[in-house]
Design a binder for this molecule. Structure first.
Ligand code: FAD
Length: 437
């Protein structure tokens, strides 16, 4: 049994911090004890908001539960402990011709974090979000013991747990449907665009015809047209190559962030030139490099310095995309803020509870943290409400409760179902407290 260690937690980007305790159990009997005070499950702790820690909260790290429990190579299904990372799972599955359908861009992220965040991958319109691929899971909650959840067993609780930010308890294991991996390489064809609007049109039309579909934009140029590239990627149907991920460089912002950030307008302009040059022309990459682009470049996050960055990702109804982009441009100028990153993706699925899903265009910006960024994001909150958009709760470390209440019609249902399941609200985090849960 491990002894809890007191420590200061930060989310990725330093946007939310708290002093709490960390425990790393390695035995299932840990989950049979009634905890003292508030707890929250922690995966790899790589979220951009304080979702797996909180002030005075015990973060229970799940990474030691990382075994593969069952694999069906005929049907394409796997059962894993929730602390397994996407990278380890990739290493096991790719040589056997299978793939987890929805994967965020960094291999140290855990399966438990993907379920609780209902995360998206590189073509959320074609593949949906992570929860679409979950067929069953085992949950542990101090007041309820261990529960098996599936379409036939407590489907209501399964729904609450997918995208439930760990608030229903510890996910111990997960059964996933898999996607066949046709071959080793992924060919990505970048389409040059002059503006965000042009990219939005392409993303709307190409919709589900690609394995990877997203765009990247340079907003440092005068006029902020958002010239950039739309990436359209396809797995090649070629002889299978064992696509093992290369060396993943650890993302350790606590130790390696630059003392002073270089992500000002001039620094971003130089970086964007370099990126555009690197990404020019059709490229063939192995599937691992295409799946986990940040594995080779975690240094990008250190460039913001110790003051860090915040992200705002919003899901815009297609018919509001043009209006949103025009207003965003205006707000960036008004607040003199230049995003270090701007990415768009087409989305699908049905909005449910607090999940970031639904038909529309997602637009994410990352900006250096500071007074101007906070003023910009406050205006973006108002714009989201005005145009019927929804911000991604797991990506925005300062999203206020009022914005969540105005944007998510499922908030009250989520709250009442959570309270019915856990009236004592044993699981809490900085995120849950900030958004008033
Ligand atoms: C480089 C990088 C790229 C990313 N790209 C994307 C992307 O493309 N799309 C996207 O959607 N997200 C992306 N993310 C965000 C990331 O996928 C999510 O924040 C994910 O939830 C992080 O998982 P984690 O294992 O680090 O979990 P943590 O950050 O530790 O926790 C996240 C949430 O999951 C809960 N949780 C974790 N494990 C369990 C468990 N076993 N049982 C119950 N609850 C649990 C926690 O309580 C918390 O609420 C990216 C992050 C990074 C660092």
């Amino acid at each position: 049994m491990t002894v809890p260690a007191r420590r200061l937690f930060h989310c990725l980007g330093f946007g939310e911090s708290a002093l709490g305790w960390r425990e790393s159990p390695d035995r299932y009997r840990f989950f049979d004890r009634m905890p003292q005070g508030a707890c929250i499950p922690m995966g790899a702790g790589l979220s951009l908001a304080g979702a797996s820690f909180g002030e005075g909260v015990r973060s229970v790290e799940m990474r030691r539960f990382d075994r593969i429990l069952d694999f069906d190579p005929v049907q394409g299904a796997i059962t894993v402990e929730a602390g397994i990372t996407l990278g380890r799972l990739f290493e096991f599955l790719a040589p056997r011709g299978w793939l987890v359908a929805v994967q965020p861009g960094y291999p140290d992220i855990t399966v438990g974090g993907c379920v609780a965040g209902n995360v998206h991958g590189k073509n959320p319109l074609a593949h949906g979000c992570f929860g679409r691929w979950v067929t069953a899971l085992e949950l542990a909650h101090p007041a309820h013991g261990r529960l098996r959840l599936s379409a036939d067993e407590r489907p209501d609780l399964l729904e609450l747990t997918i995208g439930g930010f760990g608030l229903t308890g510890w996910i111990l294991s997960v059964t996933l449907r898999l996607l066949p991996l046709p071959g080793g390489p992924v060919v990505t064809e970048p389409v040059k665009v002059d503006s965000l609007e042009q990219a939005a049109e392409i993303l709307a039309v190409r919709k589900d015809g690609a394995d990877l579909l997203y765009s990247w934009h340079d907003l440092a140029m005068p006029g902020r047209s958002g010239a950039g590239l739309v990436f359209v990627g396809r797995h090649l149907d070629e002889p299978k190559v064992a696509a093992i991920p290369g060396r993943c460089r650890a993302l350790d912002q606590d130790r390696r962030a630059l003392p002073v950030g270089v992500m000002n307008r001039a620094g971003i302009a130089v970086l964007n030139r370099m990126q555009a040059w690197r990404w020019r022309g059709t490229k063939s990459q192995d599937a691992a490099a295409a799946t986990f682009p940040f594995a080779a470049n975690p240094e990008y996050f250190y460039l913001y310095g110790r003051n860090g960055f915040i992200e705002h990702q919003t899901l815009i109804p297609w018919d509001m995309a043009e209006a949103y982009i025009a207003r965003l441009r205006h707000l960036l100028d008004r607040h003199s803020v230049t995003p270090g990153l701007c990415v768009m993706k087409p989305f699908g699925g049905a909005p449910c509870l607090l999940r970031f899903e639904g038909d529309g265009l997602s637009l994410a910006i990352e900006v250096a943290r500071g007074r101007a960024a906070l003023a910009l994001f406050a205006d973006l909150d108002a714009l989201d409400v005005e145009l019927g958009c929804r911000a991604n709760i797991l990506k925005d470390a300062r999203l206020p409760a009022a914005a969540v209440a105005a944007q998510y019609s499922g908030l009250e249902t989520f709250r009442s179902r959570l309270l019915a399941f856990d009236p004592d609200r044993l699981m809490q985090s900085s995120l849950s407290r900030r958004i008033g849960l």
